[in-house]
Design a protein around this ligand. Structure first.
Ligand SMILES: *Cc1c(COP(=O)(O)O)cnc(C)c1O
Length: 470
C-alpha cells in the first residue's frame, strides 16, 4: 500500500520518537483516524452520556508509573474503551445539556494538524504562519459579527478565560471600578472579577427582569448610587444569549447607557454570538456590535473541538497595552508592519495555534453552510417549543425558545420529579438534558445547537421526559 511502510528503515525507531518505529507511527495514526471517524459516524447509536465511578475508573486506568515500554495498541484501546467511553458525548444529536459541543470533523482536522506540527502562536518570529491564520480568522469573525476594521482579537481556551482577559485589559485601560451585570450572567464572570482582585463593592449583580434580561433602568440607578457613594463605575457586562435561557440582554439600551455614562460596554457572547451570522440571530442580538469588547466561544456554536474562546476588542492596542512583555530573551527584531506577537494580547505566552481549526472549517465549508447549521439550532428550539405548547395539559413553557434554548416544566410535578426524570433519561443513554432553576423553580432545559439533531430527536426526548415513552 504505502511504499514507506515496506521500507526497511520504517521498521527501525525513528530519531526523536522515543523509540517508536516509523511504520508504527503511521499505523497508529491511521487507527486513530478510523476510531474518530467511526465514532463520529455512529454517534447516534452511542449513549448521549456515560459517567463512571472513581473506584472502577482508577482500577482500570491507574496503577504505578509504567517504567518499561508497553504495547501501543493495548494502551490506545484502553484509553478509548475506558477513558473515552465515560464522558458526555456533547456531539450526540440528543445531548441537550449544558452547552453541547457539536464539533465538526474539519475542526478536528485543524486541531490535529496544528498539534502534529507542534505549532506555536506566541510570536511572529516563532510562528508567522499560524499568527497570520489567527489574524485572518479574527478578521473574518469581526466582519461576520459586524465589528469595524481595526478590531483586534486573540484566541484563548474558552469563555471564562476570554472574559478574564477582556476584564483585565479593561481595568488596565480605565483603572479600577465597579462592574455591573445580571444574576443571569454566567457564574464564571463573578469568579473572573474576584480573581482579578475586584472586591465585593465592585461586583454588582442585579436581579434580572421577568424575561431574564438585565433592566437598563436598574443598571443606571446602581451607577448613580455608586457615583454618589464615591465609587467609580467601570464596565457594564451584557450577555448575548444567557446560558440558562438564551435571553439576550437589552444590548442597545445598555450600549446607550454606557455612552451616556462613559462606561465600558462588554458583551459576553460565549454562547450566543455566532447566531449573529443568521438573520434571525442578528435581530435578536441587535446592539451587540456596539460593544467595546466581545467574547465568543467557537467550541460551542461554531462547531469546533475543545478548546477555543475569543476576545474581540474594538479599539486597537487595548490588549497589548495591558499584556505586552519584552524581556531581553524575547526581543525579536520587527521587520515589517503587521507582525503581531500574540503573547502580547493575553496572559498565555506559549500557546497552541487554536485558529487553524476555525480557518480550516471556514475554508472547507464556507460561512453559508456554517450559518445554515446555526440557523438549524435556532429553528429546532422553536419546533421544541411548539411541541410543548401543543400539549398544555402536560407542559408549561417557562422560557420560550431563544437562540436554541427552551426551558419548560411538567405541570403538577415537584422539583425532585424533574431532577429524577432528567437523571433517568441520562442513565438510559437515550438523551441528556439539564435542569436549571428559574425564579426559584426547577425546570427542564434543552440547548439545541447540533446540526445532526432532528424533530424526531426532540419528540422522543419530550415523550420520555413526560413519562410517555419510558
Ligand atoms: C459557556 C459560557 C461561559 C464560559 O465559557 P467556557 O468556555 O466554559 O470557559 C461564559 N459565558 C457564557 C454566556 C457561556 O455560555
Amino acid at each position: 500500500m504505502d511504499p514507506i511502510s515496506t521500507d526497511q528503515s520504517a521498521r527501525r525507531p525513528a530519531a526523536g520518537t522515543l523509540g517508536l518505529r516509523v511504520d508504527d507511527m503511521r499505523r497508529l495514526g491511521y487507527r486513530m483516524v478510523d476510531l474518530v471517524v467511526d465514532r463520529m459516524t455512529r454517534r447516534r447509536d452511542e449513549p448521549a452520556i456515560r459517567t463512571g465511578t472513581p473506584a472502577d475508573l482508577f482500577r482500570r486506568l491507574g496503577g504505578p508509573v509504567p517504567e518499561q515500554p508497553g504495547d501501543a495498541d493495548t494502551a490506545l484501546d484502553l484509553l478509548v474503551s475506558v477513558a473515552l467511553s465515560h464522558q458526555q458525548n456533547g456531539d450526540h444529536p440528543r445531548y441537550f445539556a449544558r452547552v453541547p459541543g457539536p464539533s465538526s470533523f474539519t475542526g478536528i482536522l485543524g486541531d490535529w494538524i496544528s498539534t502534529g506540527f507542534n505549532s506555536m502562536a506566541a510570536s511572529w518570529a516563532g510562528g508567522s504562519g499560524p499568527a497570520t491564520v489567527e489574524l485572518v480568522v479574527i478578521d473574518w469573525l469581526r466582519d461576520l459579527l459586524g465589528f469595524p476594521e481595526g478590531t483586534e482579537g486573540v484566541f484563548v481556551s474558552g469563555g471564562s478565560l476570554a472574559n478574564l482577559t477582556a476584564l483585565a485589559a479593561i481595568r488596565a485601560a480605565r483603572g479600577p471600578g465597579v462592574a455591573y451585570m445580571s444574576d443571569q450572567t454566567h457564574a464564571s464572570l463573578v469568579r473572573d472579577l474576584l480573581a482579578l482582585g475586584f472586591n465585593d463593592d465592585q461586583v454588582r449583580v442585579l436581579p434580572a427582569d421577568d424575561g431574564f434580561g438585565l433592566p437598563v433602568a436598574d443598571v443606571e440607578a446602581a451607577i448613580l448610587a455608586d457615583r454618589a457613594a464615591g465609587r467609580e463605575p467601570l464596565v457594564v457586562i451584557g450577555t448575548a444569549g444567557t446560558t440558562n435561557t438564551g435571553t439576550v440582554d437589552p444590548l442597545n439600551g445598555l450600549a446607550e447607557l454606557c455612552e451616556q455614562q462613559d462606561l465600558w460596554f462588554h458583551v459576553d457572547g460565549a454562547y450566543g454570538a455566532p447566531a449573529a451570522m443568521t438573520e434571525t440571530g442578528r435581530a435578536a442580538l441587535a446592539g451587540m456590535d456596539r460593544a467595546h469588547s466581545l467574547v465568543l466561544d467557537p467550541h460551542k456554536w461554531l462547531f469546533q473541538p475543545y478548546d477555543a474562546g475569543i476576545v474581540l476588542m474594538r479599539q486597537p492596542s487595548i490588549l497589548s497595552d495591558a499584556f505586552a512583555i519584552t524581556p531581553e530573551y524575547l526581543k525579536d527584531v520587527k521587520a515589517a508592519a503587521g507582525e503581531v506577537d500574540f503573547r502580547d494580547r493575553g496572559l498565555e505566552l506559549t500557546r497552541r495555534a487554536r485558529a487553524l481549526k476555525l480557518w480550516l472549517t471556514f475554508r472547507i465549508h464556507g460561512a453559508a453552510r456554517i450559518r445554515a447549521a446555526v440557523q438549524h439550532g435556532i429553528t429546532l428550539a422553536e419546533v421544541a417549543e411548539a411541541q410543548l405548547r401543543a400539549h398544555p395539559e402536560k407542559w408549561e413553557v417557562v422560557s420560550p425558545a431563544q437562540l436554541g434554548i427552551v426551558c419548560f416544566a411538567l405541570r403538577d410535578a415537584d422539583p425532585a420529579e424533574h431532577e429524577q426524570r432528567a437523571a433517568a433519561l441520562a442513565d438510559s443513554g437515550y438523551a441528556c438534558v439539564s435542569t436549571t432553576v428559574l425564579k426559584g423553580r426547577t425546570v427542564f432545559r434543552l440547548c439545541i445547537i447540533n446540526p445532526l439533531t432532528n424533530e424526531e430527536d426532540i419528540h422522543g426526548t419530550l415523550d420520555r421526559l413526560s413519562g410517555a415513552g419510558s
